[in-house]
Design a protein around this ligand. Sequence first.
Ligand code: NAD
Length: 371
Amino acid sequence: MAANKKLLILPGDGIGVEVMDEVRRVIDWMGKKRRVSFDIAEDKVGGAAIDAHGTPLTDEAMAKAQGVDAVLFGAVGGPKWDNLPFAQKPERGLLRLRKEMELFANLRPAIVFDALVDASTLKPEVVKGLDIMILRELTGGVYFGTPRGIETLPDGQRRGINTQVYTTNEIRRVAAVAFELARKRNNKVCSAEKANVMESGVLWREEVTRLHQESYQDVELSHMYADNCAMQLLRNPRQFDVIVTDNLFGDILSDEAAMLTGSLGMLPSASLGAADSSGRRKALYEPVHGSAPDIAGKGLANPVAALMSFAMALRYSFDMAEDADLVENAVKATLDKGIRTGDIAGPGTTDKVGTRGMGEAVLGQLTALAG
Ligand code: NAD
């Protein structure tokens, strides 16, 4: 039996709880059928933690998150907590995790499954087979740079100020993640910035190039202005493998890439921190969607985004590429059979199921594929 791998599950609120139940079942399946043993802790986050402890994330839960190999996060929020002051809202739990774990690299894959190719607003021949990764720098840039604020000028006009700022280390550490990711994929990195009009973009391009020359010459590197990248994502998205970009451009490009694929219920994500001396990175995996109060408690949520987030944890935190492939292929096989939750039901649906039905179907395919 391989050494235990430490996981913290934070289901959160609304459909976060429902989809994480299905992840739990896949983890149990892995333990039984793949001889992989996980040490699993669970805690509350978001509204659930506010109700139980008066805070969206206790210090105890934070300490647990720091000590595990991977955090699996569901979703937080809901109308019950909407009127709390900003500093006490459920989302603060997630922000605290990201900040204190120093999760600077946000990975958002955009994958188009053949069975769902019609869910994209783009033509099937443009998106069929798409599998790209947007890597967004998450803790620097214009969202955090100073000076910032709104000031009143002597003539009575007001002026809003934000500062785009990046240091060598901030650029190099996220670029290193991009190159390492590419090595586990199709070995291509495209770095996007605005070096034509921004000094921070010039520095970004120089530092990415320097790191590439020093340590990653085996990976194919290209550079693109971020506005062109936005166009190319719509024109020919399959030209990309890994796109690495800053916080602001990444915010926009990752949402654009997500919509190439269709539904929110299908989109996983990961956020990674710095590597320690053993090469282990702090990591949090979460579906892109929120707690979906409109369908929460009804057993209708699509668990695929959460399951695919778990597959990312297997791949990036546990170096279990074969098991990650297995989970992804089980999802693919389930969709190929026409089994769909309501959010992705459409032409080709043979069996419309709820959260549990989808989880069951994926488990069935896992068993079939694992032989
Ligand atoms: P949402 O992602 O929760 O829902 C948007 C729409 O997509 C809804 O109609 C919902 O039913 C549908 N949807 C989302 N995930 C789905 C799934 N897995 N299966 C089927 N349908 C799905 O976004 P929202 O409505 O803007 O926000 C609801 C709450 O979630 C708010 O409190 C918000 O602050 C919070 N939120 C949390 C996170 C997070 O925890 N990371 C992210 C976004 C929003």
